[in-house]
Design a protein around this ligand. Structure first.
Ligand code: ADP
Length: 548
């Protein structure tokens, strides 16, 4: 821009300088020529006057020009520059002819060289002759060639000056433009002419900023939603390459995902690969597969851009729950079938009219035993289901010592039958937060087990202590103990270490499941330590009662 300003200014200046020189020269030359003509005319007047007074003008006539005297027939009588013998007749010369006719005449003629012009003026004398005086003047071209040297030097100096000034001026003009702060266009105060432009830039800048902020907000919202999705999300481009994925997807596929990597290379399951490939053919689908002992459900959807979107979710727990539910249902039917079959068998026998009298009592006893068993199983199942569905009663303050005493009271008879002593060693101040009914069932089941899986002369002790806002309650016995390889499984539904002993002693296989579920529902946890033949300690940790 600076160069353009300097160049244009220099060019304009050069044109103006040249025009000025030419016009001045032409005007000056005109004035100069007029002066020559006036002088010529005045000198001719003086010479003609002198001639008329009888002076010999030939002595002075040629000093300031060429003096010629022409006879009425046109022959030259005198010429101050040439010999009259060589001179031709002048009657046809314009100035001479005009002088003979009108008393005075003039003419201008170019000499053989372009640089000289001759000016003639002639006057008719009283004796009939014509007196002519002529002077040489330079032509415009000659005038120019005369002043050419200094003019060109002047023009060059002027041009250098103009270029220098133009460069400085353009620097001066451009400097504030270069110093414009386009980050804050409205705050610049440079030229009025560029204010509208700055305003427009400011407006557009604001518009662009708002659009960028808007897009950024939308992007962040989208990223937030995608990253907080518990489902794994993978967006695939046309060729099946990964365009983006969220943290959950990376975690599900054990960090195998990478941007731009072909997604199929991250999958080992042929079914999952097929479902993803089908999505590229416009067919949505879903399947499940196993990765590192996790079961993942994968759904693939074709996207409008020709790629695909893959959603994955960990359904291990769901599948496990489903498996347990099926197993539970199968176990329940099995557990119910046994007493029902026994009841049916004995009742058929009872229906026989020939049955011996003493056997009736035995059969009725068996039927009653199995009916009680049936009642216990159904009761435990109902209890477990209500815990599974979620206990919605208000949390209460529970006095641990009195609940334990109550449950010990209920089981005292059974303990005596089994020759087991029960001891409540819970301090009276211990209270917990929970549900009375659930907590009573937990203690009852633990005491019941400790009595049933004990030895004659054994003991069951209940202790409790507060620790860091928690209450630790332990039910210990010196009974038969639990084999180490069964400890992991005793809280499973219907799991028993010794099926016949459990059944004989009236167990349903659900007692410890009720304990675990109940404790967990109340925000606690249960653990067990046991050594075979020496006894077991079941410990439950529950939150202390607080007034909130
Ligand atoms: P059950 O109705 O069979 O007692 P539980 O769920 O209450 O069912 O207990 C599961 C199994 O854990 C029992 O069958 C038993 O083998 C074992 N068990 C539970 N408590 C004790 C204990 N105090 N001492 C030894 N074994 C126990």
């Amino acid at each position: 821009m600076k160069k353009t300003i300097a160049f244009v200014t220099a060019l304009v200046a050069a044109v103006f300088i040249l025009l000025t020189v030419v016009v001045t020269a032409v005007l000056y030359h005109g004035v100069y020529e007029d002066n020559v003509k006036v002088t010529l005319s005045e000198e001719l007047d003086i010479l003609s006057y002198l001639y008329e007074t009888g002076e010999d003008i030939t002595a002075i006539g040629g000093r300031n020009g060429r003096l010629t005297i022409i006879a009425p027939d046109g022959n030259v009588l005198y010429d101050s520059s040439s010999s009259i013998d060589t001179m031709e007749n002048h009657s046809e010369r314009k100035e001479v002819r005009e002088a003979f006719i009108m008393g005075r005449g003039s003419d201008e003629r170019q000499s053989n060289t372009l640089s000289i012009k001759q000016i003639y003026e002639a006057v008719l004398l009283s004796d009939g002759n014509v007196l002519r005086l002529s002077k040489n003047t330079s032509t415009v071209i000659a005038f120019f060639s005369m002043v050419a040297g200094p003019v060109i030097s002047l023009v060059i100096i002027l041009l250098i000056l103009v270029v220098f000034i133009a460069a400085k001026a353009s620097d001066y003009i451009v400097k504030p433009i270069n110093a414009l702060d386009l980050d804050k266009p409205e705050e610049n105060n440079v030229y009025d002419e560029i204010s509208p432009l700055l305003l427009k830039i400011a407006r557009q800048k604001n518009q662009v900023r708002e659009e960028i902020e808007d897009k950024e907000r939308t992007r962040k919202e989208f990223e937030f939603i995608v990253s907080s999705l518990s489902e794994g999300l993978v967006v695939l481009g046309k060729g099946g390459r990964i365009l983006s994925f969220n943290k959950s997807a990376a975690a599900l596929l054990k960090e195998k995902l990478e941007d731009n990597k072909p997604f199929l290379a991250c999958l080992d399951s042929p079914e999952a690969k097929d479902v993803v490939l089908s999505a590229f053919d416009g067919k949505d689908g879903e399947t499940s597969f196993e990765v590192c002992s996790k079961i993942i459900e994968l759904s693939a959807y074709s996207s409008r851009s020709g790629g695909a979107v893959v959603l994955m979710r960990d359904i291990t727990e769901k599948s496990e729950r489903e498996r347990m539910r099926k197993e539970f249902t199968a176990n329940v039917s099995h557990e119910l079938k046994t007493p029902i079959t026994t009841i049916m068998g004995f009742s058929e026998l009872l229906a026989n009219p020939n049955i011996e009298r003493e056997k009736v009592t035995d059969f009725a006893y068996e039927i009653n035993k199995e009916a009680l068993r049936l009642r216990d199983i159904v009761g435990d199942i109902i209890e477990l289901s209500s815990l599974d569905e979620g206990y919605e009663n208000e949390i209460e303050e529970i006095d641990v010592k009195s609940t334990v005493s109550e449950e010990i009271g209920k089981l005292q008879h059974k303990a005596e039958e089994n020759q087991v002593t029960l001891e409540n060693r819970v301090p009276s101040s211990v209270t917990i937060n929970g549900w009375n009914k659930v907590f009573s069932d937990v203690i009852s089941n633990l005491l019941d087990n400790a009595i049933r899986y004990n030895k004659k002369g054994g003991y069951v002790k209940v202790d409790a202590k507060e620790n860091n806002g928690k209450v630790e309650i332990s039910v210990s016995d010196n009974g038969i103990g639990i084999p180490q390889d069964s400890i992991e499984r005793i809280f499973e539904r219907f799991y028993r270490v010794d099926k016949s002993r459990s059944r004989e002693s009236g167990g349903t296989g659900l007692g410890l499941s009720i304990v675990k579920n109940g404790v967990e529902r109340m925000g606690g946890e249960v653990s067990v330590k046991s050594s075979l033949g020496e006894g077991s300690v079941f410990t439950i940790i529950l939150p202390c009662h607080s007034e909130t």
